[in-house]
Design a protein around this ligand. Structure first.
Ligand SMILES: O=P(O)(O)OC[C@H]1O[C@H](OP(=O)(O)OP(=O)(O)O)[C@H](O)[C@@H]1O
Ligand SMILES: Nc1ncnc2[nH]cnc12
Length: 190
């Protein structure tokens, strides 16, 4: 576990990083179904400078938690892309919350609804130790169904979710309200 204040960014660094990353998030209409404006992060992933800026922004948002988190839980699949480098930077372990049929050992399971459908998440039953302090990471907060299912899995295994962290928030879908009273850090509202 790494204790550090050097994750904090200055106002001007943060503003520049948000502009760089935000400008690369692409809106794709009618995907995966009519009426959905899909926020595509792949242009950020393919740009090493933008990925470095995104990672710095994530760490800045939870800089106060460095040294007091035991584990990151990331949600399949886009939550893996940010969750793993954040775990590495904080010096803590990573636990995947996965879609059905992917985890080989005994799991706990939780179903949920999201903006464009329904889903089920699994977590290995031995992935969280009782009392673990967990930071939940995903790329995007929409209705909050996915994140609340992941949080529920952590709680059922005896862990405590101390905060949730997202690159993008769709405020009109009110995920933040659904997750309350959980702390929500989201970098870019769209
Ligand atoms: O707040 P919610 O309404 O639950 O929606 C947010 C979730 O939707 C997306 O994942 P998706 O299920 O599309 O899977 P993917 O990451 O594998 O593309 C996104 O990455 C979040 O996990
Ligand atoms: N509009 C959206 N774009 C990308 N991912 C999403 N997950 C839920 N809603 C989404």
């Amino acid at each position: 576990m790494r204790e550090s204040l050097d994750f904090r960014m200055s106002e001007s660094e943060r503003a520049a990083a948000l502009r760089d990353v935000g400008s690369l998030i692409r809106g794709v209409p009618d995907f995966p179904s009519p009426g959905i404006l899909f926020r595509d992060i792949t242009p950020v992933l393919r740009d090493p400078g933008a990925m470095a800026a995104a990672l710095r922004l994530h760490l800045d948002a939870v800089a106060d938690l460095a040294g007091s988190i035991d584990r990151i839980v990331g949600v399949e699949s886009r939550g893996f892309l940010f969750g793993m480098p954040i775990a590495h930077a904080l010096g803590v372990g990573f636990v995947p919350a996965r879609k059905p049929g992917k985890l080989p050992a005994a799991t706990v399971t939780q179903s949920y609804a999201l903006e464009y459908g329904e889903g089920t998440l699994h977590m290995h039953a031995d992935a969280i130790d009782a009392g673990d302090r967990v930071l939940l990471v995903d790329d995007l907060l929409a209705t909050g169904g996915t994140a609340s299912a992941a949080a529920r899995l952590v709680q059922r295994l005896g862990g405590e979710v101390v905060a949730s962290l997202f690159l993008i928030e769709l405020p009109f879908l009110k995920g933040r309200e659904r997750l309350a009273p959980l702390r929500v850090e989201a970098l870019l509202p769209f």
